[in-house]
Design a protein. Structure first.
Length: 148
């Protein structure tokens, strides 16, 4: 059974904001619009509002996504979070995602290599603020959209 979401692209609020500022291209704009925040929907809305360049590439989906999200309220965001609990939860999630993505990349790559599909091989790209499982094909597409 397939899950209704893909855990191959996970960022916390800092990783998402940083990625949005440095990846100005239609491919990342699509990823930004397809993201599903598990917590902090108001914060996610703020990230979208700070990156209006996404609207120039995907106007209708951008407006639809903003309309589906609550307004950002720093006070409401702070009141709805217990910082110590969230820090612990993020650390635990990163621990499991890190292991999961490494194992998944290894097993998937074994299968893909045996079928000669080098462009489909995956690399887990892990940092303090994100866990990303990226294929050679996606990296190639991303390079195509980079400005010279």
């Amino acid at each position: 059974m397939l899950l209704p979401f893909c855990m191959s692209y996970v960022h916390d609020e800092h990783g998402f904001r940083t990625e949005a500022r440095k990846s100005v291209n239609p491919l990342f704009a699509r990823e930004l619009l397809k993201a599903v925040p598990l917590a902090g929907k108001g914060h996610y809305r703020r990230v979208l509002e700070e990156n209006r360049w996404v609207e120039t590439m995907h106007a209708s989906p951008y407006v639809a996504k903003l309309n589906s999200l609550p307004s950002y309220s720093r006070k409401a965001e702070a009141e709805s979070q217990i910082p110590i609990l969230l820090d612990w939860a993020e650390g635990l999630a990163f621990f499991f995602l890190n292991r999961y993505l490494r194992l998944r990349a290894y097993l998937t790559n074994l299968k893909l290599k045996s079928h000669g599909q080098q462009m489909r091989l995956f690399d887990p790209i892990l940092s303090r603020n994100s866990c990303v499982y990226m294929s050679n094909f996606y990296m190639w597409l991303r390079e195509l959209w980079q400005e010279p």
